[in-house]
Design a protein. Structure first.
Length: 395
């Protein structure tokens, strides 16, 4: 595989008078010249009870910011799961919120200000916009504060794997939810790895495939002090049926669905015949143990990856190196070439979960890339012209 090192201009599209960030790499912030964002008043500590975040819109041409609402259901890694509603991508946004003494989600019309509510917070929305998945965000705060919510505690704190927790399916039309897979079911399905030792379990990440028929979930145990958690990757039908253990407990991390049957994931690849004995980006085939490494094993460090809309390019990043520099990258499947687009300084942090990952994201037609960064001394949202990059990779 060939590696190119270039430097492309990244333009800040958020004002310099606050801490702005969008959040996760698999959510859609773009709508024409508008870009969704969060704004917070601090970035030097974890969020705690009573802290709020603004959700709003940036004009990418002028860097003008418009506040839409305030929420108490947010964190530094994924924000409030702010995203455009797939059924009304020019009119409505979805974000998690706090009201009536509990967490829920709000669907807001940005033109009229009219709101409707979902009875649980969303962890992932189907590409078709008909359903969403929900998990226990207060439990997440105890596990990894950068991904959980701080206002209320976990009602199942003393349960290792409750039969009443944790994957809920939300009907986005009615706003109502129902439990489809419990932690107890997952424990019974996958606990063999832990032998006779009971474990406190959690679902850290989950996401629908490209047609919303199945979803993937990363199941993790609360680690003992000084030890790392283990992760199992399980897929299931939208209603929770037909669970499949795609990869047993071990080192597994970020993923992205390529189509309804294949996903790319940073993993050890232990079930795959092509496993190389270390972490790598692998392409997995759902409901099988078939797969292959990406880019000749080049992606040996964990990263946040996403496919371009035409599936010709892989956009990704790195964690900070010894000089606290993070690299923005794009890989061409056709040319088997990876291009470093730039390096960006990451401010030192007092705790891991307030770090600012680049979390790069494509717009709908693959012509723009946005990412979050602290290289100017504060959190900001930045834009790169992807068309020029794509043209150069094909020269």
């Amino acid at each position: 595989m060939k590696l190119l090192k270039k430097s492309y201009c990244a333009r800040r599209i958020s004002p310099a008078d606050g801490e702005f960030f969008f959040g996760y790499y698999d959510l859609q912030p773009f709508c024409g010249d508008l870009h969704l964002t969060h704004r917070v008043s601090f970035a030097d500590r974890l969020q705690k009870r009573g802290d709020t975040a603004e959700v709003g819109i940036l004009d990418m041409n002028t860097a003008k910011y418009e506040k839409l609402d305030v929420t108490g259901a947010w964190n530094f890694q994924q924000g409030a799961m702010l995203q455009w509603n797939p059924l009304a991508p020019k009119d409505e946004v979805i974000y998690n919120s706090l009201s009536d003494g509990d967490y829920n989600a709000t669907v807001l019309n940005i033109h009229t200000g009219k709101k409707r509510f979902l009875d649980r917070p969303v962890a992932n929305v189907s590409p078709k916009g008909d359903y969403a998945l929900s998990i226990n965000f207060p439990r997440m705060y105890d596990f990894r504060p950068g991904y959980g919510y701080a206002e209320y505690g976990d009602p199942f704190y003393y349960h290792n794997h409750s039969a009443e927790d944790d994957v809920f399916l939300i009907n986005l039309k009615s706003g109502k939810s129902r439990l489809i897979i419990s932690l107890e079911e997952i424990w019974e399905f996958s606990h063999r790895h832990f032998g006779d030792k009971d474990q406190k379990m959690i679902i850290n990440h989950l996401g629908f495939n490209t047609d919303g028929s199945r979803f993937v979930m990363q199941v993790r145990n609360f680690p003992e002090p000084g030890k790392r958690h283990d992760t199992a990757v399980i897929t299931a039908n939208r209603d929770g049926s037909d669970m499949f253990l795609l990869s047993d407990y071990g080192v597994q991390s970020h993923y992205y669905w390529i189509d309804k049957e294949h996903l790319i994931m940073y993993a050890g690849g232990r079930e795959l015949a092509c496993a190389r004995g270390w972490g790598n980006n692998y392409i997995f085939t759902d409901k099988t143990w078939e797969g292959c490494p990406v880019a000749d094993g080049f992606f040996y460090d964990d990263n946040h990856m996403s496919y371009s809309p035409d599936r010709k390019f892989l956009l990704t990043d790195t964690y900070p190196d010894e000089k606290m520099m993070q690299t923005l990258r794009i890989y061409s499947f056709e040319k088997n070439t990876c291009m470093d687009l730039g390096k960006f300084y990451s401010l030192p942090r007092s705790t891991t979960d307030i770090r600012c990952d680049l979390h790069p994201r494509w717009n709908q037609d693959g012509s723009r890339i946005s990412f979050d960064s602290t290289h100017e001394g504060f959190r900001g949202v930045y834009l790169v012209d992807a068309e020029a990059i794509r043209d150069e990779l094909f020269d």
